[in-house]
Design a protein around this ligand. Sequence first.
Ligand SMILES: Cc1cc2nc3c(=O)[nH]c(=O)nc-3n(C[C@H](O)[C@H](O)[C@H](O)COP(=O)(O)OP(=O)(O)OC[C@H]3O[C@@H](n4cnc5c(N)ncnc54)[C@H](O)[C@@H]3O)c2cc1C
Length: 292
Amino acid sequence: MKPPKFAYHAPAALGEAIQLLERYRGNARVLAGGQSLIPMLNFRLLAPEALVDLRRVPGLADIRVSQGRVCIGAMTRQRAAENSQVVAQHLPLMQEALGWVGHLPTRSRGTIGGSIAHADPSAELPMVLLALDGAVVATGPSGERVVAADDLFDSLFTTTLATTEVLSEVRIPAMQARSGFAVEEYARRKGDFAIVGIATVLEGDAKRCTRARLVATGVGGRPIRLRAAEQMLEKDGLGAETVEAASRKAAEIVEPTSDPNASADFRRHLTGVLAKRALLRAIKLLQESSHG
Ligand SMILES: Cc1cc2nc3c(=O)[nH]c(=O)nc-3n(C[C@H](O)[C@H](O)[C@H](O)COP(=O)(O)OP(=O)(O)OC[C@H]3O[C@@H](n4cnc5c(N)ncnc54)[C@H](O)[C@@H]3O)c2cc1C
């Protein structure tokens, strides 16, 4: 199918991109890697008046560490992040998750910012942003604002970004060297969107868990922190019984719906199974990092 007609702009500065978005008053779309936007246009799910392509805007594709945070330019290709030494060293959870995002060709074009702004309810990167207490920088007509992951994701394919704002940077606190982490996912085929995905990060030692994050994707309109399960791990430690109980709790508290890909019951079941797998793998890593 062919996309509907649209005007195309490729501004050479971020300010110019924002002026264009203002000019079209919500009827323009930012074009990043095009891996979701172009299929949506081709299927005529969207009909914007204009596309504002960010690829000529300088300075949007760097990865750097600043004040204990990893700052990733929104236009950084997913493949570049996957191959980045900085990401491997400071955000190994993101590196692991990127292996689940689509296929090599889609990751070579698709961007980190595009995946987060697109807010697909089964995507991995929004889940990772939430699990790592990350934030994004939104640049708009009145300057920059920082939006924490929990305040960014609203509902299906919807964020709290204004139509005149560009997601310009992703900021994530560097992970502690002494931590355990894991991503577990079930998808019908490698490279498909998750039916359910789980990301976990654990800090502490064999006796005490000082910080637990357990986040699910595919079980609602946005990624969800499984706080009641996190609290059990922080209160009762990382023994086998607590892991079992926290995984059961994770399955209890999600509220998935049925769709042609999977029933709500199946998604609930997967949440418990994948949470347990992720926790066990993260605990092993945490133990190894504590001894290393
Ligand atoms: C075959 C296939 C399999 C895939 N499998 C997966 C998968 O398993 N997991 C997964 O997570 N994704 C998957 N994807 C989607 C892929 O990851 C996309 O790259 C990603 O969702 C969008 O990133 P993009 O850079 O291509 O953005 P685009 O497609 O260019 O844009 C997507 C949306 O975000 C908006 N947007 C983009 N960048 C910005 C910005 N900087 N500021 C404000 N708004 C912005 C656009 O206006 C648009 O609405 C798959 C895609 C394909 C084609």
